[in-house]
Every structure is written in structure tokens, then in C-alpha cells.
Write a protein of this length. Structure first.
Length: 254
């Protein structure tokens, strides 16, 4: 079983031993893996941006700048742990799409929690996922052999349980069943679903601006679902027992 692992985004909480240990247990120790990774990192950065939701979009109940300090040896740690076949790093950027921001604030103004900073962070994650997917497409164009599955993970993802990939259908898109929306902490998919990772391109498009009127909320899962639905039917979605969570510091397992 060959699995392509897409590691993306900010390299958060690399000193927490539980997150990578869980990924190793449920993915890297069980399958023949290749890692493709886009990481936001620069030696000149001091802390990472994060979305703030509580109190009218002014703070996060679990995160702050002190917790999200940039680790100077982050890329060395990622290379040692994940041994990526392809790795790309970029300094963190501020993203914007004023048309999308205006559509969101008009549609969900009663919530009063959405900020340009939150949209920038959505776009930042979407860009990193899409760029990682492009690295995989580059690998394929260079003659690389397609994998049986692709799995998306973050450095701060703690996996409590993953299914046996040998029992999964490669023609389906697997996501967690812990709620009825589009839970986005981890996805397991066949390679035919690569286009569903073009989330950034979708979020920068006029179509996304128009689709805001159909969305139940302004959060990342909605943008990922609507990107998925551009290319595939909901009949290909398979919710499964896949409990996982993101760690919020460098010590605790949860």
C-alpha cells in the first residue's frame, strides 16, 4: 500500500511528542509513504498568525502569540521526521480578497466574528494545501508512480484512530464522521481527487464570491466542501470513524 502524505501549513508545536507519534503509528509505520510538503517558515519570523473567533473576533480561547512562536529548527525537524520527497518553504504572507471579504461580512454580519485576519489565514492554509498538491503533480509529471491514497495532515494533528487503508475504496473520498458537515482535520482520498485541493484558486475566484450566499457559515470547512463539489458528487463522500484533533501546546496530548 503506497500512500502520499501531504504535510502543509504552519509547523506548529513540533516539540509536542504526541502529534507526530500518532501519525507515525497510524500512517508511517503501516504503509509505504512518500511525503510532499509546503511549509510556511522563515528564520526572520517570530510568531505565526492565527484566526481569532471569540469575543467578536478578538482572541482565541486556546492560542496566543506566545504559544505560536516560530521554531528556528522547524525545517530540520520536518526533514528528519517526514523525510519529504518534495519540500517547499515560503515566508508567511498576508492574503486578501476584498470581494470575498465583503460578501462574507454582508452575508454573516450578524455573527460579528469574521475579520480580514481570519480570511488571510483561511487563504494561507488553502494556498499551502494547493501548493503541496502541485508538488505532487510535479512529481507525477516527472514520471513518479501514482500512490494508492493521499492523506492530508498538519504537524499539530494528533490521530486517535485511523482506518486500515487496505479496507478503503480508492474511488471514494474519506472524511471524519464526527459531525455532519465537512470535517477538515484529515482527509483520505484516491489520487483522482487531486483537484479538490485547489481550494485557494476557488477562494480567489468570482464563483466563490457568488457561492457565499449558499454557504451555512464563513469557515474553512465550507470553502473546502464547495471546492470539492466543483469537481465531484457528494455520493463519493464516505464519512468514517477517524477521530483526531489538533494539539494546542508543546506538552499535552490533547
Amino acid at each position: 500500500m503506497r500512500v502520499a502524505v501531504f504535510v502543509f501549513g504552519q509547523p506548529r508545536f513540533l516539540e509536542n511528542p504526541h502529534a507526530f507519534a500518532s501519525q507515525k503509528k497510524f500512517i508511517f509505520d503501516k504503509y509505504d509513504t512518500d511525503v510532499f510538503s509546503h511549509i510556511w517558515w522563515s528564520p526572520d519570523e517570530k510568531s505565526y498568525s492565527y484566526s481569532k473567533w471569540e469575543g467578536g473576533g478578538t482572541f482565541h480561547p486556546f492560542l496566543d502569540e506566545q504559544k505560536l512562536q516560530v521554531t528556528g529548527n522547524a525545517i530540520d525537524v520536518i526533514k528528519e521526521r517526514y523525510n519529504p520527497l518534495k519540500l517547499e518553504t515560503d515566508p508567511s504572507r498576508t492574503f486578501s480578497n476584498e470581494d470575498l471579504y465583503n460578501a462574507i461580512t454582508e452575508r454573516f454580519q450578524a455573527e460579528g466574528r469574521f475579520t480580514r485576519n481570519n480570511l488571510s489565514n483561511f487563504l494561507s492554509q488553502a494556498y499551502s494545501i494547493e501548493r503541496t498538491s502541485e508538488l505532487y503533480e510535479q512529481y507525477l509529471s516527472e514520471g513518479g508512480q501514482r500512490h494508492d491514497f493521499i492523506v492530508l495532515v498538519r504537524t499539530d494533528l494528533n490521530i486517535q484512530h485511523f482506518p486500515d487503508f487496505n479496507e478503503l475504496n480508492k474511488s471514494k473520498y474519506h472524511l471524519s464522521n464526527h459531525h455532519n458537515g465537512f470535517p477538515d482535520l484529515a482527509f483520505i482520498m484516491g489520487t483522482k481527487f487531486l483537484k479538490t485541493n485547489k481550494i485557494y484558486s476557488y477562494m480567489m475566484s468570482d464563483r466563490c464570491v457568488q457561492d457565499v450566499s449558499k454557504m451555512p457559515g464563513a469557515y474553512g470547512e465550507c470553502f473546502k466542501l464547495f471546492t470539492y463539489q466543483r469537481y465531484f458528487s457528494n455520493s463519493d463522500l464516505v464519512p468514517i470513524h477517524m477521530p483526531c484533533f489538533v494539539v494546542r501546546n508543546n506538552e499535552d496530548p490533547n
